[in-house]
Ligand binder design. Structure first.
Ligand SMILES: O=P(O)(O)OC[C@H]1O[C@H](OP(=O)(O)OP(=O)(O)O)[C@H](O)[C@@H]1O
Ligand SMILES: O=c1[nH]c(=O)c2nc[nH]c2[nH]1
Length: 193
């Protein structure tokens, strides 16, 4: 998606440790017009698929998943929680995910009330790096007996391999920008096309 690549080039910064900082528009300050264009792009890619629910993971996926849902007939958006809370009651699907930016493991929790075998799920997230977050969401869908129809990602860091492993496993991964390389010294970013 040209618009997203342009924003990454203009406003993104490359940090040591394979970190691309795009928090000016994607995952801290949120450009909702860009989110809307991203939702339209995913809707184009997944046109013809039956999607009954969008599943994402807190925190950064939530905003873009909600805007994307407007392009999928306003299906409900469920976000996996990364901590137990008194607000979470009843039976839950639980798995564990290693967080790329927080560098520790988190429980990932979805109430059984909001995901079941009747669901056809689109997974949405802001970043795909090693694929840990998505593997956790897929694990939860498997436990629920739900069907994963596809995966919509804003920024995939292709050089970290998580996306290609998911594609090799048969998942339809639509990443709107795939970074093939990035250099923290020069700031140079190359995209896969
Ligand atoms: O493919 P992976 O290696 O799993 O990396 C991608 C995940 O990392 C980030 O989440 P993070 O836990 O860092 O926190 P955030 O959503 O709260 O920013 C991002 O939002 C993805 O969910
Ligand atoms: O802002 C972010 N930048 C990244 O490079 C990244 N990788 C996973 N999750 C990420 N979030």
């Amino acid at each position: 998606m040209q618009e997203l690549e342009d924003r990454i080039r203009r406003e993104g910064t490359v940090k040591e440790g394979n970190v691309l900082k795009v928090d000016a528009f994607l995952n801290h300050q949120c450009d909702v017009a860009l989110y809307d264009a991203m939702g339209a792009a995913w809707a184009g890619h997944f046109a013809g698929r039956t999607i009954t629910k969008i599943l994402t993971i807190e925190a950064s996926g939530i905003g873009m998943a909600c805007v994307a849902a407007r392009h999928f007939g306003n299906v409900p958006v469920v976000f996996a929680k990364k901590a137990q809370s008194i607000n979470l009651d009843g039976d839950q699907y639980v798995t564990t995910v290693y967080s790329f930016t927080k560098q520790r493991e988190f429980p990932v929790i979805v109430s059984r009330r909001y995901l079941g075998p009747e669901d056809h799920v689109l997974l949405i997230d802001d970043f795909l790096a090693n694929g840990k977050a998505l593997r956790g969401l897929i694990d939860i869908c498997d436990h629920a007996g739900a069907t994963v129809e596809g995966i919509g990602i804003a920024v995939e860091k292709g050089f970290q391999g998580g996306g290609d492993q998911l594609r090799a496993d048969g998942y339809d991964v639509d990443s709107l920008a795939i970074v093939d390389s990035m250099d923290p010294k020069t700031g140079e970013i190359t995209f896969r096309h």
